[in-house]
Design a protein around this ligand. Structure first.
Ligand SMILES: *[C@@H]1O[C@H](CO)[C@@H](O)[C@H](O)[C@H]1NC(C)=O
Ligand SMILES: *[C@@H]1O[C@H](CO)[C@@H](O)[C@H](O)[C@H]1NC(C)=O
Ligand SMILES: *[C@@H]1O[C@H](CO)[C@@H](O)[C@H](O)[C@H]1NC(C)=O
Length: 501
């Protein structure tokens, strides 16, 4: 059973937190390619603390480990062991440990060098050819206890946090070395025959152990399962694991000192919830290093290629292709245009010329070029354009090429608990039309197709002027949209969650 225990431990270890919640000697593991190694390292550290319970991890004392009661019932034999004391549970080697949090698969292969202990037992029934009906103290040892544990889990959501529940746990036990059992008083009040019986039992110990091992394995599975529940029911994944969090460069040096090691993360947890953002698999979580900007640009390139046609709710990204804007109001000195249900297509032709995410100064600068941008909406227009008096409405469409956008955001860093959130406030977005454009505005002169066609011709002949008149209003709308998307993301997720330290 110790085995299970250890396993459990492993599991726990997965990622105990340092700071307030977790013992200081435990390293909170990051969810990255080093996760398994990190967990293994933790297991080896935690085993040095097996001589006490570790309440913060819901771990019992393992040295020794005490099982209050353990029953065996085979066809011919009924037995129970009480106050089972197991020693040496810290003498183990982890042969393998694999956690796949995405696939929900856990695998542990561990060998305990020697498990020994004692208990109060009763046995009744037939063992080998012996009729037994005794009880008393028992001592035992098992050498090279090899346990392989496989679990599958399920994701559960409670409130905002994610939990794992383990519903399928398979444990295979083997005893590869020697075993020995001594059952005092197995024949009541007859030491001599008891000794002989024990001799017979131990001559056949391999066989006996083989029969009993499924029971051991069951019992252990129960224990493992309880321990896992203790940890995984009480701690969300957000609390157990680090989701590649890190702190922005601007945090104070005092804090930095607290954090050397890999504890940035920890700090985060201390404060609260480094909620697991499960990034979509095609999104690379960027590191806060010299390549941050390039990493972000690469992400945009991936998104625009294959993922603009659906929203990505996790990241608060709307569908971009086509991009729907319910209403755009354009107001120039002489003209009011309302555009309802504007659909923009070819957003995926965007090229990011430059992107600078400055976390220290809380600034973001983006320079993009849309090779092509087509739009359609239901428009209403009233006012004066050039010398024309307009008062019409209907289907409107425009085809633009080489639309350049410059975006500058400036915000504040807000600290909640130990985490840092950005709230962008100032926002500048300018648009520049660098290529050819055409527009088509049906019914621009109400109920007069001929005049409408002529007017469209004039508008298109003066398209640059027309566009530059209406562009500032469009930029205003784009600005609001961009700001709101960014703020949803940065006010919901902390810097620690969004970026890898
Ligand atoms: C927390 O762990 C303890 C100990 O294993 C368990 O009894 C309790 O039910 C757990 N709490 C929740 C909410 O599951
Ligand atoms: C445009 O709308 C504004 C606000 O509704 C109004 O004050 C203004 O007179 C309108 N301009 C024209 C040309 O209709
Ligand atoms: C815009 O482009 C589409 C397809 O490329 C074309 O069908 C449409 O007529 C164009 N509209 C204008 C106003 O140029």
């Amino acid at each position: 059973m110790k085995v299970f225990v250890s396993l459990l431990v492993l599991a726990l270890v997965l990622c105990a937190e340092t700071a307030s919640n977790f013992p200081s000697y435990v390293t909170q593991c990051k969810r990255d390619e080093n996760l398994n190694k990190c967990v293994i390292d933790n297991v080896y550290v935690i085993k040095n603390h097996f001589d006490k319970a570790i309440p913060k991890l819901y771990l019992p004392k393992f040295k020794p480990y005490i099982i209050p009661q353990f029953d065996i019932q085979t066809g011919q034999l009924m037995g129970s062991a009480k106050n089972v004391v197991l020693n040496n549970l810290d003498q183990f080697v982890l042969n393998d440990l694999k956690m796949d949090l995405d696939k929900n698969e856990f695998f542990v292969d561990v060998t305990f060098d020697r498990i020994d202990g004692e208990c109060d037992y009763t046995l009744k029934g037939k063992l080998l050819l012996l009729q037994l009906n005794g009880g008393g103290k028992a001592q035992f040892f098992f050498n090279k206890v090899h346990a392989v544990l496989k679990m599958t889990g399920e994701d559960m959501v409670k409130g905002d946090e994610h939990y794992k529940s383990f519903n399928d746990l398979k444990l295979v036990l083997e005893i590869d070395g020697d075993s020995h059992i001594n059952l005092e008083d197995i024949i009541p009040n007859n030491k001599e025959i008891s000794d002989v019986t024990n001799k017979v039992i131990n001559e056949n110990i391999k066989e006996i152990v083989k029969d009993l091992i499924p029971y051991f394995a069951d019992a252990m599975s129960q224990i493992v399962s309880n321990i896992l529940k203790g940890v995984f029911n009480n701690y969300s994944l957000e609390k157990l694991f680090t989701y590649k969090c890190g702190l922005p460069g601007s945090i104070s040096s005092r804090r930095m000192q607290v954090m050397n090691m890999n504890t940035l993360i920890v700090l985060v947890f201390v404060a609260g919830s480094c909620a697991a953002i499960k990034f979509p698999p095609f999104v690379t979580q960027c590191k806060r290093d010299a390549n941050l900007n390039k990493c972000l640009i690469d992400n945009i390139d991936v998104l625009k290629k294959d993922h603009f046609t659906k929203p990505i709710p996790k990241l608060f990204l709307p569908q971009f292709s086509p991009f729907h804007i319910p209403r755009v109001d354009i107001q120039t000195s002489s003209l009011n245009i309302t555009c309802l249900d504007l659909y923009l297509s070819h957003m995926d032709t965007v090229v990011v010329n430059e992107l600078k995410m400055d976390l220290e100064n809380v600034e973001l600068f983006v320079d993009v070029l849309f090779e092509k941008l087509d739009g359609r909406c239901d428009y209403q227009m009233k006012g004066k354009l050039l010398v024309l008096e307009l008062n019409g409405g209907g289907k409107g469409e425009f085809n633009l090429t080489k639309v350049r956008g410059l975006i500058k955001l400036k915000g504040d860093m807000i600290t909640k608990g130990g985490e840092h959130f950005i709230s962008y406030k100032q926002n500048e977005l300018s648009l520049d039309m660098q290529g050819d454009s055409t527009v088509k505005l049906e019914n621009i002169i109400n109920n007069n197709k001929e005049l409408s066609d002529a007017t469209n011709k004039i508008v298109n002949e003066n398209i640059k002027d027309f566009i530059s008149e209406i562009l500032p209003s469009i930029a205003d709308t784009a600005e609001q949209i961009f700001l709101s998307i960014m703020n949803k993301l940065t006010q919901t997720y902390s810097i620690e969650q969004l970026f890898i330290q």
